[in-house]
Design a protein around this ligand. Structure first.
Ligand SMILES: Nc1ncnc2c1ncn2[C@@H]1O[C@H](COP(=O)(O)OP(=O)(O)OP(=O)(O)O)[C@@H](O)[C@H]1O
Length: 265
């Protein structure tokens, strides 16, 4: 009997190096996420998490190394080509269309993805066939269906992040790269967002890469985590072991909270 070959990772970086100006920011990172897995990419500010993500999605070029999608080398492919191959990206910086309503934000992205080759579809009055239903379904998936007529600029931080997530789901992704989805979001909303990411992996087989400083929430939803230090992978661990690892304590989380202050009476 032959043993089945292990599945190819949905996305992987092989010995990836990224330089900005004269400086090497990502220094030989090898990392992979399988279908249905949430991989936490954690580490202190300046470790290179966003730079790694930006190179993996094709926003910036890598100096050397490879990015592969299901085994295919896409290192030379631009962002839009990787997006068409199923890579969705939630950038660190806010990216909603502030003055449009939630509905019109979703409609704009839906038309960009599904509106066909004619630019005129972007300016068409009235919905395209199936558009209203698709937008409704997307808004329900991120629990924004009761906010459809609100201007995106009036959303809370958590709601805005969910709108950005909905946009990333307009073309059903195979890989979702999420840069600090919980930043500026209260714990309850972060937990709701975390559940959505987990569900995307569990129910839809999406491979999720997740960077965030809300370590507890990130570890709650991830299946594996790496610690990035100075542009290199320092450790890789199960979520349960990650927080206790001496390098994580010493170089990232610190031990202030473990010894001081004394417990409240
Ligand atoms: N365009 C650029 N030009 C020069 N240096 C850059 C550029 N972009 C990022 N850097 C530097 O690269 C390093 C890593 O930045 P990066 O944003 O990838 O870190 P990070 O781990 O995502 O940090 P944070 O957790 O604070 O978001 C930083 O020292 C940053 O100043």
């Amino acid at each position: 009997m032959t043993t089945p070959l292990p599945a190819l990772p949905a996305i992987e970086a092989r010995d990836l190096r990224v330089t900005r100006g004269e400086k090497a920011i990502v220094r030989g990172v090898t990392v992979a996420a399988q279908k249905g897995e949430v991989l936490g990419v954690l580490g202190p500010s300046g470790a290179g998490k966003s730079t790694l993500f930006r190179a993996m999605v094709g926003e910036i070029p890598a100096a050397s190394g490879e990015v592969r999608l299901f085994g295919e080398d896409v290192s030379g492919a631009p962002l839009w080509a990787r997006a068409r191959q199923g890579v969705a990206y939630l950038p660190q910086t806010p990216s909603v269309l502030w003055d449009l309503s939630v509905r019109d934000n979703l409609r704009a992205y839906h038309r960009v993805v599904h509106g066909g080759p004619w630019l005129s579809s972007l300016f068409r009055r009235g919905p395209l066939p199936g558009e209203d239903e698709a937008i409704k379904e997307l808004s329900e998936r991120v629990a924004l269906d009761d906010r459809m007529d609100l201007r995106a600029g009036e959303l809370s931080g958590g709601e805005r992040r969910r709108l950005e997530l909905a946009r990333a789901l307009t073309r059903p992704p195979k890989v979702l790269v999420c840069d600090e989805p919980f930043a500026g979001v209260d714990p309850q909303q972060a937990s709701r967002l975390g559940d959505m990411l987990r569900a995307l992996a569990d129910q839809h087989g999406v491979a999720v890469l997740l960077a965030d400083h809300h370590v507890a929430e990130a570890l709650r939803v991830c299946t594996r985590a790496i610690l990035l230090l100075d542009g290199q992978v320092a450790i890789e661990a199960e979520p349960g072991a990650f927080e206790e690892h001496p390098l994580v304590v010493g170089r990232y989380l610190g031990n202030w909270g473990r010894t001081f202050p004394p417990p409240l009476p």
